[in-house]
Design a protein. Structure first.
Length: 312
């Protein structure tokens, strides 16, 4: 916004969840290169150690504090322990910026989901970021720290399709959370930002491709995808350009403009709305035709898996 100073990472403590690989690691690298103190959090300790080795290579000065913490963030206890530990080297002071990059998806057909996979979906799309936001905001308000909380959602927080029944609801929920917090946190001077990326070529993406339904992968071919570096820069842009919501690409921006809720958007949104009025029905017709086009193969797929035998 005009008159506001651009946020500068140098000397700031940045807490990056999911910082051991993919988008979170790329973001951590940019932040370290710009002189920030960086704490990364994830579960796998080996990946965390390797990530810190990479971060050490780009350290700008010997004062920078660069550390890793291993916790599962999809429980409140894990999210709380991770943040408490990360405050220790700073005399208990809460980080200046919380970057919630952690998350994952396991796309499958809804009829093949189980209560466990549905719950995992919510844990790894919603709770993995929401609990950290809860712990961090209590600390920020308690310490009267005017920090920032950033969420990483997805194109799939604006629209969904076959394959994402366990993931999209969690990302939609993050939108609701970000809108609620943006409103409340005016009371405390805490900034809230949410980024909506399309496909990002990361280890997590490679993993989800292993089990992704063919039709989901086919529809996604229309999305050319971005690198983790581009996604990381997009997350940083949210904060530095003071954007509440920010999308990575034109298609997400059409969905964003048409679905953006009560949060502030940008000046082109009304124009994009006119575009979306034309484009979204075309996208829908195109993707719906692709889905209906595989009805026969899909029935064969379910038969081959014994679905009809076990679900009567
Ligand atoms: N890749 C893509 O196509 C897209 C991704 N996104 C979103 O962007 C974000 C980053 O994705 P991406 O860069 O692909 O990430 P990756 O899947 O490559 O990495 C995920 C990171 O999060 C950590 N993590 C995952 N679950 C947990 C957990 N329960 N507790 C603690 N740490 C966890 C992982 O470490 P560990 O497993 O060791 O815990 C890892 O560091 C995610 O929120 C994702 O949903 C959005 C749109 C597209
Ligand atoms: C005429 C034009 C047709 C356009 C068709 C619609 C394109 C669909 C794009 C889907 C993009 C999904 C990106 C997010 C993925 C994600 O969040 C997961 N990979 C999570 O890890």
């Amino acid at each position: 916004m005009f008159g506001q100073k651009k946020w500068v990472p140098k000397g700031q403590h940045c807490y990056v969840t999911g910082g051991s690989q993919g988008t979170g690691l790329s973001l951590a690298i940019i932040l370290v290169k710009q002189g920030a103190h960086v704490s990364i959090v994830a579960r796998d300790q080996n990946k965390l150690k390797k990530a810190v080795e990479e971060l050490e290579k780009v350290r700008q000065n010997s004062d920078q504090i660069i550390k890793w913490y291993s916790h599962s963030l999809s429980t409140y206890e894990g999210a709380s322990a991770a943040l408490q530990e990360a405050c220790q080297p700073f005399g208990g002071k809460v980080p200046n910026v919380i970057f919630n990059c952690a998350g994952s998806s396991r796309p499958t057909y809804f009829v093949e989901e189980t209560p466990e996979t549905m719950k995992n979906g919510m844990d790894n799309a919603y709770w993995v970021q929401a609990y950290t936001a809860l712990v961090a905001s209590k600390m920020m308000v308690g310490q009267k720290s005017k920090g920032k909380i950033v969420f990483v959602a997805s194109t799939l927080a604006y629209f969904s399709m076959v394959g994402y029944a366990s993931y999209a609801p969690g990302k939609f929920a993050l939108r609701g959370l970000a809108e609620s917090l943006r409103s409340e946190f005016q009371l405390y001077g805490i900034g809230v930002h949410i980024y909506y990326p399309c496909t990002i070529f990361t280890p997590g993406y490679a993993e989800e491709m292993k089990t992704k339904p063919a039709i989901t992968a086919k529809i996604e071919e229309s999305d050319s995808g971005i690198t983790p570096e581009t996604a990381a820069q997009g997350i940083l842009d949210c904060v530095q350009k003071g954007k509440f919501q920010h999308a990575s690409d034109w298609i997400t921006n059409f969905f964003r403009s048409a679905t953006r809720g009560s949060g502030p958007g940008d000046i082109f949104d009304p124009l994009r709305n006119i575009g979306a009025w034309i484009i979204i029905p075309i996208v829908r017709a195109y993707t719906d035709r692709q889905v209906r086009g595989v009805r026969v193969e899909h029935e064969e797929y379910l038969r081959s898996k014994g679905f009809y035998e076990s679900n009567k």
